[in-house]
Each structure stands twice: as structure tokens, then as C-alpha cells.
Write a protein that binds this ligand. Structure first.
Ligand SMILES: Cc1ncc(COP(=O)(O)O)c(C=O)c1O
Length: 392
């Protein structure tokens, strides 16, 4: 399955005025031959400080790595270009990126987040930002009446995560964007699981996009990071930039370099993840030993119809529910040989995780649910492994 993605224009500020395809942009968005050495792959700039000119200015544009660094800037430029935004602000993790979005608000402001979302997002809000003064409503984003009822005069942000964690549910970004806009709120989309290759939140009405770059963007399970991309220049982006420089929760030059290296192969890796996930989900959906499969690529999945209108393909994440609750789930995961029992996602290795035990007491994940990050192994081998584990 090849995602059918139209070519889009290079955002303003880039040298090349012609429309480039995503694959080309991913390779060229922020890497240029090093003028000093001719190196084709960019060097890593570990220096924390940069020389001033005699008049006190910084001719290179860099002064101190907490505020700016060539590797971080290259990553930010690439991600702004790939999302079609105007500015990207990189952080040390996805959660540091999320945190910066809420730090940009003021006590008394209200935010709406989805019931099904990365559990760290709700935890951060409830345990850190509610005591600080933010007000939070948690709704099922697919229930548009519930969303409408939750919106207030003080709502500043509607947060969407689609596909979501852990039941891979789909939020209709076009509709939610228009509701947020009518309420005077920004729509922020956690686009981590879709990536800009599969889903273009700005074209669907979102104002801000957030990513854990730890996942598909870096793509190899070896770098932590996060980013917030804004669609339009303005106060919100300037506040994020100030939070980045003041607090310094920034990715190291090496992590920035690794993330940028990952970005260059993103579309090709995503094709593999999507193709494998579709095959694995289709196999699981026919198995008597599986109670339920959540994957928006399956025609009878609740999110399928909307996903088809807003995603180029259905992503690499799925979850399944096996009989026997927690014990059944643990036993099934233990029988697998190619799926590693580990958290996280978006790398070449297929990973399987029991979300209820990871999320703890407040989890909403069913006890029999296992989340799978489908990797880049051959789908036949993954299916054979699942098959033997189901039969055992
Ligand atoms: C959808 C989503 N958003 C945010 C995060 C947090 O990212 P990080 O672990 O890089 O802080 C994760 C992590 O799994 C995630 O899956």
C-alpha cells in the first residue's frame, strides 16, 4: 500500500520555490553541504558557546546552545517545513514539548483534552497544571455534543491526539478545528502517531502541532525529543520560543542530529510500518483467540471512515484485546519471539506493551489490551510469530 500523498509547496523562507514531494523535502529540508568541509552529512556542533565579534555581536547568529544551536535549528527548520508550519520549537522530550504548550497559558485558562490520549498528557495537566491554576475538561473527542458542552469562554486550547493511545481512536480534525475556532480556542494536535507524512493537521484546521520526536520522526529508538510547530507566526510561537530558551529543556546537539537523520527516511519507513500494521491487523481480526482489534485501517473499525478522509494511510500502531484479562495478556505477550515487551513506539523493532500495567491505577485501558508498535520486520514473520503465540 503506497500512501497517496499530493505534492505540497515548500513553505515560505525555503530557497526552493517549486513544489516538492514529501520524500524530497524530507531529504533536503534542512541539510546542505557544509561550506567549510564539503561534508554531505552535517557535522555535530557540541560547542555550548559561540564567539562574539569585536563589537559584541554574534556574526554566526549563535550565542549559547541553550538559546540556539546549529543542529537544533536544522531540525526545527526541517520539522516546520514538513508540517507546513512557520516555526518549530524543539524540546528535550515529547512531554517537555507538551509542557511548553500549557506553560504558555495563564492560570484560570481552560483546556479540553481527549479521554483517549497518551496518559502522560492527562497526568501532566492534572498533577502539575491544575494545582498551578489551569482548568481541564476531559471528553471523548468523537462525541461532538460532549465537546461542545465542554467549551467555555475561557477555553484556550482544544487538544487532539489522533490516532490515539491506546485504543487507536480517530478524531475528526476538520470538525473539531471548526468547533475550537468558533470557541476562540487553538486546536493543538499531537501528531506523533500519524507523522506529517500521513496526516497534515494544519491543512485540516489545526493551529499548533506537537510531536514526540522520540517516536517515528527519529525512528530508531535511540533519541529523545519533542517539538511544537505553529502554523502562523505570532504571540503563541514567540512565547514557546521564550519558554524554550529560559527553561532550557532542549534536545542535545546529538539528539537533534539523530532526529534529523531519522526525518530524512521518514516517508519510506512509514510506508513499511503502515503496510506491516495493515497485514498484522487483518490477520489478528480473523483469529478466534483475539477478542478485538483496534486499527483504523480495518473497514469495520469505528474510526475507519474519518481516518480515510484525513490520513494518507493508517499508521503503524494497533491494539488487540485477548481473553483472560491481565493474565491472558501477559501470557500471550510472553509467547511472542519477535515482539519485544517494551514501552515506546516508532522504531524498527516491533514492540508489545500491556498498557494497563504501565499506566497504573488510573488507567482506562482494558486489562486484556496489548498495544503493538508494528516494526519494520517482514510482515510474514510477524504474522507467523503471532500465529504460534495464539495457538500455544
Ligand atoms: C502520542 C504521544 N504523545 C506524547 C508522548 C510523550 O513523548 P516523550 O516520551 O518523548 O516525552 C508519547 C510517548 O509515548 C506519545 O505516544
Amino acid at each position: 500500500m503506497t500512501p497517496d500523498i499530493p505534492p505540497w509547496s515548500v513553505p515560505k523562507g525555503m530557497k526552493e520555490p517549486r513544489a516538492l514531494h514529501f520524500e524530497t523535502l524530507a531529504v533536503h529540508a534542512a541539510t546542505a553541504v557544509d561550506p567549510q568541509t564539503g561534508a554531505v552529512v552535517p557535522p555535530i556542533h557540541l560547542s555550548t558557546t559561540f564567539e562574539r565579534a569585536q563589537d559584541g555581536s554574534f556574526p554566526s547568529g549563535y550565542a549559547y546552545t541553550r538559546n540556539d544551536n546549529p543542529n537544533r535549528r536544522a531540525l526545527e527548520n526541517a520539522l516546520a517545513a514538513l508540517e507546513g508550519g512557520t516555526e518549530a520549537v524543539a524540546f528535550a522530550s515529547g512531554m517537555a514539548a507538551t509542557q511548553s504548550v500549557f506553560q504558555a497559558l495563564a492560570p484560570g485558562d481552560h483546556v479540553v483534552i481527549p479521554r483517549d490520549s497518551y496518559f502522560g498528557t492527562a497526568k501532566l495537566l492534572q498533577e502539575q497544571f491544575v494545582p498551578w491554576g489551569l482548568e481541564v475538561s476531559i471528553v471523548d473527542m468523537r462525541d461532538l455534543e460532549a465537546l461542545q458542552a465542554a467549551l467555555r469562554d475561557t477555553t484556550k486550547i482544544v487538544w487532539a491526539e489522533t490516532p490515539s493511545n491506546p485504543t487507536i481512536s480517530i478524531t475528526d480534525l476538520r470538525v473539531v478545528a471548526s468547533m475550537a475556532k468558533a470557541a476562540g480556542a487553538l486546536l493543538v494536535c499531537d501528531n506523533t502517531w500519524a507523522t506529517p507524512y500521513l496526516q497534515r493537521p494544519f491543512e485540516l484546521g489545526a493551529d499548533v502541532v506537537m510531536h514526540s520526536t522520540t517516536k517515528y520522526l527519529s525512528g530508531h529508538g535511540d533519541a529523545m525529543g519533542g517539538v511544537v510547530v505553529v502554523k502562523e507566526p505570532g504571540e503563541f510561537g514567540a512565547t514557546l520560543r521564550a519558554i524554550q530558551g529560559r527553561g532550557g529543556a532542549v534536545p542535545s546537539p546529538f539528539d537533534s542530529w539523530l532526529a534529523l537523520r531519522g526525518v530524512r527516511t521518514l516517508p519510506w519507513r512509514m510506508r513499511g510500518h503502515c503496510e506491516n500494521a495493515m497485514r498484522v491487523a487483518s490477520f489478528l481480526a480473523t483469529q478466534a483467540g483475539v477478542e478485538r482489534v483496534h486499527y483504523p485501517g480495518l473497514p469495520d473499525d469505528l474510526g475507519h471512515a474519518v481516518a480515510k478522509t484525513q490520513m494518507a494511510a493508517f499508521g503503524g500502531m494497533l491494539s488487540l484485546v485477548v481473553p483472560g484479562g491481565r493474565t491472558g495478556a501477559f501470557a500471550f505477550a510472553s509467547r511472542l519471539r519477535l515482539f519485544t515487551r517494551a514501552t515506546s513506539l516508532g522504531g524498527p523493532d516491533s514492540l508489545i506493551e500491556h498498557r494497563a500495567s504501565v499506566e497504573g491505577e488510573k488507567t482506562r485501558a482494558p486489562e486484556g489490551l496489548l498495544r503493538i508498535s508494528v516494526g519494520l520486520e517482514h510482515a510474514d514473520d510477524l504474522i507467523a510469530d503471532l500465529d504460534q503465540a495464539l495457538r500455544d
